[in-house]
Design a protein around this ligand. Structure first.
Ligand code: NPW
Ligand code: ADP
Ligand code: K
Length: 491
């Protein structure tokens, strides 16, 4: 797992690593520039296009200059636009300025005429994580020039203007791609910055993970390689009971489809027995749509101790008696998954939080979260509030969206890397409820259930999205869940 450090820690990390490896700081910059240049050459193979690189006065600009040198023999025309005379810039900027070959043209920002270039590749190296105040003056002009230009725009590390860990105040470069180094900077994961970051690419510059671990601030980025070892293994003699009995509660008239999706997803994630509680008028729909599931009648709801996991809320409606909900929560003696109307009921009747079993997993999307903790200013604020909430109630908050975050009662916060925009379609969240309930029922610790569940759900969405693109529907995610286990070679 990759630690996400704050912007101010990047310099500390750099220094510590450089001294432990006995290398020069420009050599680390060279690795970053090489990674960027390799990606550029592979992805933009029209070498006749002009490449314009905007270089600010710090190491982000230094990266830009190193990149200019590295690509100067591949692209026919490479130009550096600079803002300060080299003597006033960072030491590694100066080193790379001296190493610029003659074939790279250099132009002072005020003399640059953007109208004279046609469809260039524009590289933004004005500021990276070292930005420490809102941008104004010449650099703001630079950002505006980039934003006015027409071409492919690629930010080095961070789109200039965006603070590494906070929300943008003012203007910033609107990039199509951001190639970031070592770990994703926190602010690249904020929904408010989507139009600035574009597609994020993560490039390793060779600082070992354990090095970052020593500086951990409790924020981690979860990738494919982290997941298989988190799974429980089952043996050849495993039986239905080992894979868990799961109960799902929800699905009022007109919304029973949410229970159909959740039940199918629970089964596809490997649960042994799935029971569903829906209003009696909806039972038949459920039985016909999911013959593998059993419909729980009210008498079965009296003894909740026989279920290994319970998922509550999709399509439930807001008319549910809060005392009935409280009774369910009180009588379950283990963590539950709460989604959709389960969350809306908690927001409507906050006293219900007192009954939520510790270790439970709550899965709000941004709106649902805001109903629970009103007054959210931006994503930074949301993440802090989610963290506080998780600690206070000793629960897991799965804040859904791109880079879904998982805030844990122990103060750690994880960011998921799988998933895609095509999953923003009705019922995707119901599928997640099923996946999470299934892992809880299979005996996973709630943290493992949350991390594995969110990752597999996103990965299933990626597999389905590769075939269905924007035609993806929630059922496609369900059908792709088994492939996620096959690809990870899970037993
Ligand atoms: N391990 C890694 O990740 C690696 C990171 N690397 C790269 O280094 C980048 C970080 O470089 P960095 O620290 O030099 O900061 P950077 O963003 O270039 O700007 C700082 C300069 O701008 C100034 N300044 C700040 N705000 C300002 C404002 N609003 N308006 C005007 N000026 C402002 C500030 O000076 P000040 O005025 O505050 O004294 C300073 O001169 C990082 O993003 C990545 O690209 C790789 O090369 C190697 C490995
Ligand atoms: N742009 C995106 N990138 C990655 N995942 C996404 C994106 N948009 C939505 N998702 C995922 O799809 C699911 C949508 O859930 P939710 O908003 O509850 O949908 P619904 O209420 O329609 O079931 C969440 O798991 C979320 O993380
Ligand atoms: K930048």
């Amino acid at each position: 797992m990759l630690n996400i450090l704050s912007g101010t820690q990047v310099k500390v990390l750099d220094r510590a690593y450089i001294s432990s490896e006995n290398i020069e700081s420009w050599q680390l910059m060279e690795r970053a520039a090489n990674q960027f240049a390799d990606w550029l050459v592979q992805n933009f193979p029209d070498f006749g296009r002009e490449v314009i690189i905007f270089c600010g006065p710090g190491n982000n600009g230094g990266d830009g200059l190193a990149i200019a040198r590295l690509i100067s023999e591949t692209y026919k025309c490479v130009m550096v636009v600079f803002f300060e005379e080299s003597g006033k810039c960072s030491a590694d900027y100066q080193t790379n300025w001296r190493r610029l070959p003659n074939s790279v043209s250099r132009i002072f920002w005020r003399d640059f005429q953007s109208e004279t270039v046609q469809n260039p590749i524009v590289i933004d190296g004005i500021f990276g994580v070292g930005i420490n105040r809102p941008v104004e003056g010449v650099f703001l002009e630079g950002i505006r020039i980039i934003n006015r230009m027409i071409g492919d725009k690629i930010a080095i590390d961070v789109p200039s203007g965006i603070p590494a860990d906070d929300c943008l105040k003012g203007e910033a470069v609107k990039a199509d791609y951001t190639v970031t180094f070592q770990f994703p900077k926190l602010s690249l994961l904020f929904p408010e910055h989507a139009a600035f970051v574009g597609k994020m690419l993560l490039k390793d510059i060779g600082i070992p993970e354990q090095f970052l671990g020593g500086m951990s601030e409790g924020r981690l980025y979860v990738q494919y390689k982290d997941i298989p070892s988190m799974h429980r293994r089952f043996n050849q003699f495993s039986h239905k009971g080992d894979f868990g009995r799961v109960l799902l509660i929800g699905g009022k008239t007109g919304k029973v489809g949410s229970m159909v999706l959740a039940a199918k997803a629970t089964l596809r994630t490997g649960s042994g027995l799935v029971f569903v509680s829906v209003p009696s008028s909806e039972k038949q729909i459920l039985q016909i749509s999911v013959p593998e599931a059993m419909v729980a009648d009210n008498s079965e709801l009296r003894d909740l101790s026989k279920y290994d996991a319970i998922g509550i809320g999709p399509g439930w409606g807001l008319e549910i008696d809060p005392d009935y909900f409280a009774e369910i929560l009180r009588s379950v003696k283990r963590p539950v998954v709460i989604d959709a109307d389960g969350l809306n009921l908690l927001a409507k009747y906050p006293r219900l939080f007192d009954f939520v079993p510790s270790g439970s997993i709550l899965t709000p999307h941004l709106k649902e979260f805001e109903r629970i903790v009103s007054g959210v200013a931006c994503h930074r604020d949301r993440l802090e509030k989610a963290m506080e909430f998780a600690r206070k109630h000793q629960i897991y908050i799965v804040l859904k969206g791109a880079y879904t975050s998982i805030s844990c009662p122990d103060g750690s916060q994880y960011f998921n890397s799988s998933g895609n925009k095509f999953m923003a379609t009705a019922g995707s969240g119901d599928v997640l409820t099923g996946v999470l309930s299934s892992f809880l029922g299979q005996g996973y610790h709630p943290k493992q259930a949350a991390l594995c569940g969110v990752f597999h759900h996103g990965m299933a969405g990626d597999l389905a999205g590769a075939k269905k693109n924007r035609g993806l529907i929630a059922s496609d995610i369900i059908e792709s869940i088994p492939e996620t286990f096959v690809q990870m070679k899970l037993q």
